[in-house]
Design a protein around this ligand. Structure first.
Ligand code: ADP
Ligand code: MG
Length: 402
């Protein structure tokens, strides 16, 4: 994989850097800023090398048009604070304004362009549309640095196409992430446990079958647990469910049995009357969700205490643990216990522990754990999972990874 040094002397050059500054923003206020902090090394390295630094990022999942709530403007402010130096912001990704602002940049200065996903070309499945957008971005700079680890598993204009159009290399964050993740893929110490949760159910269900021949145990929590319960024939009320994945999940369970891999599923869950912080809630056995006092409208929002303890014991006994996806809706105090119990167990585990994913990282910090209590906190959830599966990530292939 090409690294920064392969780009040669960058003094006076305009360097386009793809970062992953996709942080939680609510009413213009940034929650966990871990991904911004993780991007600082590369930005500072480029600045001190005399480059004009132009940053590209996405935020959230806008519908290919400008939406104020997905603007990167608040991120420019936070980035200025963290760098201790003004970061200019342009409210478009490509266009006249962007080009003029870049033309005025001085060596060592930093500019952030507006959310790449406001443009149809960024995530288009049509490679010609994507390529045309990437060409417009490429025209704004001399070289490209790929440092948005959280998106290197995506085939998107500012990730893959741009890397092919300009001299390109990995940034320091991508290098650092890969150093740790390679320890997990080469010769992981066993037992090796992967903990899966979160809300992107269909994305994450897909990774399970690739992990089956690599790990000893998979612990299931978060939104996907209900598809596993449904696969056992249990009613799940109004919980998150991918009904069309039930058969697939049954296949995973059968394959796991064949391979001697344990897929652990909750025996108890916390259900609520509605998806709200102050909703009425109770703990029920996993097969009794619709027998709760809430009945058929019960929404499962966390793993239960018995399950959390069982998962914690498995984690503490493991020598390698990778965790992606909160066990429950940790943003609501009443549904954060499963996530907190699992997080504590990781901090108590003697082996290598890695937490991956924007929300997972935010969760452990929000629950009061510090980064140093874990082996590594990865900025990428989906990307790190796909890496662990042994897949070739398109964003890495584009910068010479083999
Ligand atoms: P990451 O960013 O770490 O990869 P995801 O984005 O997949 O994780 O998922 C994080 C979200 O999953 C959190 O906002 C959390 O509230 C949500 N979540 C966890 N459990 C559930 C559940 N049972 N039902 C709905 N959402 C859930
Ligand atoms: Mg997320």
């Amino acid at each position: 994989m090409r690294t920064l040094s392969s780009l040669g002397n960058l003094t006076g050059k305009t360097v386009l850097v793809r970062c992953d500054l996709n942080v939680p923003v609510k009413d213009g206020v940034i929650g966990d800023d871990g991904r911004i902090r993780a991007s600082l090394d590369t930005i500072n390295r480029l600045r001190s090398g005399g480059a004009k630094v132009v940053i590209l990022s996405h935020l959230g999942r806008p519908e290919a048009r400008a939406e104020a709530k997905f603007s990167l403007k608040p991120v420019a402010h936070r980035l200025s604070e963290l760098l201790g130096s003004n970061v200019m912001f342009v409210s478009e990704t490509i266009g006249e304004q962007a080009a003029q602002a870049i033309a005025r940049l001085q060596p060592g200065e930093v500019l952030l362009l507006e959310n790449v996903r406001f443009n149809e070309g960024e995530t288009s499945k049509d490679s010609a549309i994507r390529r045309a957008f990437a060409q417009e971005i490429a025209a704004l700079g001399d070289v490209f640095v790929s440092d948005g680890f959280g998106v290197v598993h995506r085939e998107q204009a500012s990730v893959t196409d741009l890397a092919e159009l300009l001299p390109s290399a990995a940034g320091l964050l991508v290098e650092r992430e890969l150093t740790v993740l390679e320890r997990l893929t080469r010769t992981p110490e066993r037992p090796y446990t992967v903990v899966l949760g979160g809300s992107k159910v269909s994305d994450k269900l897909g990774v399970i079958h690739h992990l089956l021949d690599k790990v000893d145990t998979i612990l299931i929590g978060g939104g996907m647990l209900f598809t596993f319960l449904a696969a056992k024939g249990y009613p799940v009320g109004a919980s998150l469910l991918e009904a069309d994945q039930i058969e697939t999940v049954r296949g995973y369970v059968a394959k796991a049995q064949e391979l001697g891999v344990a897929i652990e599923v909750p025996t108890d869950v916390v259900v609520a009357a509605t998806f709200n912080a102050d909703a009425q809630f109770e703990v029920v056995a996993a097969d009794q969700i619709e027998q709760s006092t809430i009945g058929k409208t019960a929404v499962g929002l966390d793993i239960g205490p018995e399950t959390a303890q069982r998962y914690a014991d498995i984690i503490r006994r493991s020598r390698t643990v990778f965790w992606n996806g909160p066990m429950g809706v940790f943003e609501f105090e009443n549904f954060a216990r499963g996530t907190a119990t699992v997080a504590r167990a990781l901090t108590e585990c003697q082996g290598l522990t890695v937490v991956g994913g924007g929300d997972s990282a935010a969760a452990v910090r929000a629950l009061g754990f510090s980064d140093s209590e874990f082996g590594h906190i990865s900025t990428g959830g989906g990307a790190s999972l796909e890496f662990l599966e042994g897949r070739t990530l398109p964003g890495l292939a584009a910068i010479g990874w083999t």
